[in-house]
Design a protein around this ligand. Structure first.
Ligand code: RRO
Length: 295
């Protein structure tokens, strides 16, 4: 097993304790849960996505477990600007705020609330089940570029989280880069559904949702690999990562850092266990493995 050299990490303009980041949407709704994940070994954390207005989310059921993953249709529930108070106890910590909007000025406004309060902003242009938000606008390269440019004008590090639910994800990655993004996060969940054969109806209240967990890991690796060949800015791998082997594989595909999401639900100590196996004082520099799978 490859071991990486211990030390702090800079990726996409954000200084982190290590290469492991809590993905948006998982245990990211309160300051105390974000602090707990940092205390248990994450190098940085991303909040639940925050939007221009408070929103309750989709009607339930919002979540179902399947073989190899989870399907959620939470529906962007968030307290909007009131979330700011959750960051009071996290000053100086590596926190990235996930934001969403329906157009460049909404993205700019929401991100501006967090200026000086966070290490960076992750633009959610990829939720697969949000009318007028997420992938509904993040499949349009012109919109990705304009929203990225609008937020970048605030002078904070900007990551753009992309959807895999497109024919060619590199077109979206190149658009984010053109807009001035400091990093690309790949990928958000894969649009999916299940039907209850007892009820003869879709399981989720919203009918469709986003698949996460180990079943999407090969899709995420493929997206990171393709983006690495098309883009010059750092890529942050995300999607079904649940072991130290997955982290190393994602880095070999081209990821400069790696997010962990659904796996945290089963194992709250996953960051510490991956970190303790991944790093060693006599390990190799990460730069030697990032993208090494490319010919
Ligand atoms: O809240 C959600 O339903 C949600 C979001 Br914002 C997202 O980006 N991805 C996802 O699978 N669910």
């Amino acid at each position: 097993m490859i071991r990486l050299k211990t030390g702090s990490v800079m990726a996409g303009g954000v200084q982190m304790e290590n290469h492991l980041i809590l993905a948006a949407g998982v245990l990211g709704t309160t300051g105390s849960s974000l602090a707990r994940i940092l205390a248990t070994g994450a190098g940085a954390v991303v909040t639940k996505s925050i939007g221009p207005f408070p929103h309750e989310g989709h009607p339930g059921p919002c979540f179902c477990e399947i073989n190899g993953g989870l399907i959620n249709a939470m529906g962007l529930p968030n307290p909007s600007k009131d979330f700011l108070t959750e960051l009071d106890t996290l000053k100086g910590k590596p926190v990235i705020v996930s934001v969403f909007g329906g157009n460049p000025s909404e993205f700019h406004e929401v991100a501006s609330w967090f200026k000086g309060r966070v290490s960076g902003v992750e633009l959610n242009m990829s939720c697969p089940h949000a009318e007028g938000y997420g992938a509904a606008i993040g499949s349009d390269p012109g919109m990705i570029e304009a929203c990225t440019k609008a937020v970048k004008s605030l002078g904070m590090p900007v990551w753009v989280k992309l959807t895999p639910n497109v024919t060619d994800i590199t077109v979206c990655g190149v658009a984010a880069e053109r807009g001035g993004a400091d990093g690309i996060v790949a990928i958000n969940t894969v649009k999916a559904m299940r039907i209850s054969t007892d009820l003869m109806r879709p399981v989720l209240g919203n009918r469709f949702g986003g698949l996460s967990g180990p079943s999407i890991f090969p899709i995420a690796v493929r997206c990171v690999y393709e983006l690495y060949e098309a883009c010059s800015i750092p890529i942050i791998g995300c999607g079904g990562v649940s072991s130290v082997h997955d982290v190393v594989e994602m880095m070999m595909a081209g990821a400069s850092a790696v997010q962990v999401g659904s796996a945290v639900i089963r194992d709250r100590d996953i960051f510490a266990s991956i970190r303790d196996t991944l790093y060693s004082p006599d390990g190799i520099p990460a730069e030697e493995i990032v993208g090494c799978a490319h010919g």
